[in-house]
Write a new protein. Sequence first.
Length: 333
Amino acid sequence: MVNSSLKIVFSAAQPSGNLHIGNYLGAIKQWVELQDKYNCVFSVVDYHAITIYQEPQKLREKILETAMIYLAAGIDPKKSTIFIQSGIPEHAELAWILNTIAKIPELELMTQFKDKAKKLRSNASVGLFDYPVLMAADILLYKTDLVPVGEDQKQHVEFARTLARRFNNLYGEIFVEPKEIILKESARIMGLDDPNKKMSKSAENPNNYIALIDEPSLIKEKIKRAVTDSGKEIIYDKKNKPGLSNLLTIYSLLSDKSIEKLEKEYQNKNYGEFKKDLGEIVVKFLEPFQKKLKKFKENPEKTKKVLKDGAEKAGAIAKKTFKEVKNKIGLNY
């Protein structure tokens, strides 16, 4: 971390599935903006990814690719600390200690676990159940002040705050009680195949999302296939035309044109023309990012060096915090 007088921000993404434009607009783009105001710590959280089975070789590739996406999107290693979660053993060690003060009913209330467990049923792992404790460890280890999250992750930051307070009350002050920065709701992008659910990088149907790594021809095809609604008018109406409203939101965010302006522009045009233009807009928007990503992929050693340096910086902080924790709870012998 560069300036110790600045507040600390922690955020992360899992190296599973494909990061998409919703992840970029709803999180990564806003992380980039936070770098100039805060000490930012960004992790590739691979331990979280394996709470659901990942094919090992694919996971290896995705870990590095996720870090490359951070860099290509504008996360600057001169301003921020970037590292892989599993490279810092204190994340898992602190999670175990926090497990001893976390309560089972608290974890049972976590909406994300309930949603995922519903799909997996008896195949839901203990790791998936315990996910919020590990997330709390990720946050508390760096004495994080602020955590940028969407509304759906707010509950996890509140839980981290509860654990910080509980630990401090039991053993003495160590942890900062983190607060959430709620990421701009305007950047909430819904699935192309189901506009009533968020775009998801783990969706079974690849037509749900526009991945940041999708080829231009594939992007255009996905937009073409995107769910729209009955009627011909191109207007924003979230209740009656959720599919079209989602596409208008994407168009507006990527073109910096207001939805009202787009409605006027497409007053006498059809869905086909609108989708064709939107496909071009998305391709044009992603082009500079994809060029940068290509360069990082051509020279993976550059990203590995960034991650090594980041692990050294993050590791030094993690070791210091964890030593304090062990001293407080009597594990210093």
